[in-house]
Design a binder for this molecule. Structure first.
Ligand code: ATP
Length: 374
């Protein structure tokens, strides 16, 4: 069952559609990340779910219950914002316990829940300290602990690690991973940080211009973007795009591109001759200093080492125009490559995605490609 459902949801500010007719279900007991560039409507959508913002049109349901007109306090949700919300002058333990007291939870049950979240969020060493003496990252952990201890059915997170320093970010990411792994609550998590979304989410709802353009498990979304936007937005750097062409007719179609030594047979319902866009992620391109099977020559303009020891290559291929593209290779094969000059590359067909003129992924298959899992 869907725990949170929005129907025909719209929010306009003047002539701007911040949320543009969204129909979406957030599955029960799972973590859904709302991911997208700044201004795409993530926070507005979450604030409407929370009851902090009234939609211009449409409805919000929690289970079968319509909650569109209920204030936040009546929605039985937990919320964690960008800035930690804590009560200064009292201890971490007291901060977590306070809302449980106002909800009239029995003393033994309060103690059990407080101890449980303190352990889950590794707050043990600071449990009896005044929160005023803690850094921002730890205070944010306290905010999370307090919401988790209340055990609402739904918890909403709005970019909770945006405003903490790098060390605290890392700690909080670890803590969130643990919390989301252990909780059975429905979590909606807003972020513009794809690594955060990739690590935490069961599914990512990718947003653009007020709409959810794709919702899938992180790996599926990464490997099979439904349109060019998903390919471009995810990845660092994002997908490479190349102009290519389908030649022939619907009985025998080939993909023609200077990236392949010869035209490649392609099949799929509704495909026809004409221009297409070929997409491949930088780390899916194979590169070698010597010629290898199925490879084409490429000019290496630049080779730079990345955090983690991978090499980022700036490449050109004759016949593809002046714009260079990127490949990312492991340390071992990267260190064998020259700094600049001619190298050999191959685009594995099973990693290639094709898009139509409208930017939407085409249902294309390569009969010659090896089968790979997502
Ligand atoms: P960010 O990651 O930068 O927080 P976001 O994806 O969460 O972005 P929103 O904050 O939901 O995006 O904003 C969506 C659009 O609505 C933006 O163009 C924003 O400027 C606009 N907007 C949001 N709130 C208001 C408001 N109160 N008044 C006018 N415009 C608003």
């Amino acid at each position: 069952m869907a725990d949170v459902r929005v129907e025909n949801l719209r929010k306009t500010y003047g002539s701007m559609n911040a949320v543009d007719d969204v129909n979406f279900s957030f599955p029960e007991s799972s973590v859904t990340c709302l991911l997208g560039p700044s201004g795409c409507g993530k926070t507005t959508l979450m604030r409407i779910i929370a009851g902090l913002e009234k939609p211009t049109a449409g409805d919000v349901y929690f289970g079968d219950r319509k909650v569109t007109d209920l204030p936040p306090s009546k929605r039985e949700i937990g919320m964690v914002f960008q800035y930690p919300v804590v009560y200064k002058g009292i201890t971490v333990r007291q901060n977590i316990e306070l809302p449980l007291k106002s909800e009239k939870i029995s003393a033994p049950e309060r103690t059990r829940r407080v101890n449980e979240v303190i352990e889950m969020l590794t707050l043990g060493p600071v449990a009896d300290k005044d929160v005023s003496r803690l850094d921002n990252g730890t205070r944010q952990k306290v905010s999370v602990a307090r919401e988790v201890a209340r055990q609402p059915r739904i918890i909403l997170f709005d970019e909770p690690i945006t405003n903490v320093d790098a060390t605290a970010k890392l700690q909080l990411k670890r803590a969130f991973k643990e919390v989301t792994r252990r909780l059975s609550q429905t979590i909606v998590y807003v972020t513009h940080d794809q690594t955060e979304a990739m690590t935490l989410a069961d599914q990512i709802a990718l947003m653009r211009d007020g709409r959810i353009v794709q919702c899938d498990a992180p790996r599926e979304l990464y490997n099979r973007p439904e349109d060019r936007f998903g390919g471009w937005f995810l990845g660092n750097p994002g997908m490479n795009f190349f102009d290519a062409e389908f030649a022939g007719d619907n009985r025998f179609l080939t993909l023609v591109s200077p990236l392949f030594p010869s035209p490649v047979a392609v099949e799929g319902a509704g495909l026809s001759a004409g221009p297409v866009t070929l997409g491949i992620r930088p780390e899916q391109i194979l590169a070698n200093h010597e010629r290898f099977d199925g490879a084409i020559p490429a000019g290496l303009d630049r080779k730079s080492i990345q955090i983690g020891g991978q090499y980022l290559l700036t490449l050109r291929v004759e016949g593809l125009g002046a714009t260079p593209f990127k490949a990312k290779v492991g340390h071992e094969s990267g260190s064998r490559l020259p700094d600049t000059g001619r190298i050999w590359i191959r685009l594995p067909l099973e990693r290639v995605t094709l898009f139509g003129a409208d930017g939407v992924r085409l249902p294309a298959r390569f009969p010659a490609a090896a089968a790979v899992g997502v």
